[in-house]
Design a protein around this ligand. Structure first.
Ligand code: NAP
Length: 293
């Protein structure tokens, strides 16, 4: 396959940036892939692992002459990154990101980007609880969704090119409005993470620390929560701060539903519990049917 881009620049080279680099190389999508990151030690690790042709710490220098720039930093750092790279961006270059929150990233990045640059925000709905360049792997996006959230003014050709890029990385691609994306992800991803952080914190408080018994008798459910609750603190802090309204809205509904169950347990209303658990079991079966579980 001929390369889709002459030069790709990744701003931030952790789990997502590193995995994009590996998947892009696997598919031969670029003649050259470079990266820049905040800390010299992260750059050294990325260079040692040969994730990209070169990784430095000068964000702007990495983006010079790039045809595709993808900002792969935590959501709260995207605006500053856009500001730093804006002066060197080549006319016609596609600028994207991978943030788990979209509207706040659009608001933070768009004002800095010069005319003639095509901004197409994106979110690969793929990840693990590990972070940093050492966590990157080429197969991360295989068969997973990437959601593009183009703006009304986004150039359709640039959006199509970015869609083709993500498909070549192994993803399935769909498009959503940024605010709509944030509402969906609040329930499918952000709330589950918040619940996991809470449960593991509660268990820790009960035992004073995760003592031997809690770990030894941890059933599947609790173990799954500890995995999710091991996710990167900086990334998830930013997700909740920057998707505040949508998360607070689903959290309010969730709390109501939790109180409903609490009351059913208190009053021995087994039929209410049974009805809900039957309904949720059907949802799981429908998910498996959709090949998404
Ligand atoms: P990560 O492994 O922690 O990597 C983050 C990268 O951003 C590192 O290279 C880090 O640099 C750099 N960085 C952090 N703060 C910076 C700053 N102020 N200026 C410049 N660079 C900075 O994180 P990740 O998991 O790849 O996540 C990156 C983005 O992908 C986030 O926006 C997240 O919402 C999104 N995302 C994550 C997942 C997931 O499951 N992890 C899934 C989908 C999307 P240093 O190490 O040099 O400080």
């Amino acid at each position: 396959m001929s390369a889709m881009f002459d030069k790709i620049a990744l701003v931030g080279i952790g789990l997502i940036g590193g995995s994009i680099a590996l998947a892009a190389r696997r598919a031969g999508l670029a003649k050259k892939i470079v990266a820049a990151t905040r800390r010299a030690e992260t750059a050294e690790t990325a260079n040692r692992l040969k994730l990209v042709d070169h990784c430095g710490t000068d964000l702007a220098a990495a983006c010079e002459d790039a045809d595709l720039v993808i900002v792969c930093t935590p959501v709260g750092a995207c605006g500053e990154a856009a500001k730093a790279i804006a002066p060197v961006l080549k006319k016609g270059c596609i600028v994207s990101d991978v943030g788990s929150v979209k509207q706040a990233v659009v608001d933070a990045m768009a004002p800095h980007l010069p005319a003639g640059v095509h901004f197409v925000p994106a979110h690969p709905v793929a990840g693990t609880e590990n972070s940093g360049p050492e966590a990157a792997f080429a197969e991360l996006f295989d068969g997973r969704w990437t959601i593009l959230t183009p703006l009304p003014e986004s150039d359709p050709k640039a959006v199509d090119r970015l869609e083709a890029f993500w498909k070549a990385l192994g993803s399935q691609v769909d498009r959503l409005d940024p605010a709509h994306h944030d509402r969906i992800l609040a329930i499918t991803s952000h709330l589950p993470h918040l619940i996991a952080y809470t449960i593991v914190g509660t268990a820790d408080d009960l035992g004073g620390h995760l003592n031997a018994e809690v770990l030894r008798f941890a059933a599947g459910g609790f173990r799954d929560f500890t995995r999710i609750a091991a996710s990167d603190p900086t990334m998830w802090r930013d997700v909740f701060l920057y998707n505040r309204d949508a998360v607070l809205e689903v959290l309010a509904r969730f709390q109501e539903d939790l109180f409903y169950l609490q009351r059913a347990i208190r009053w021995g209303e087994g039929d209410k519990l049974f009805d809900l658990f039957t309904r949720t079991r059907e949802i799981r079966r429908a998910l498996i049917h959709l090949n998404q579980a």
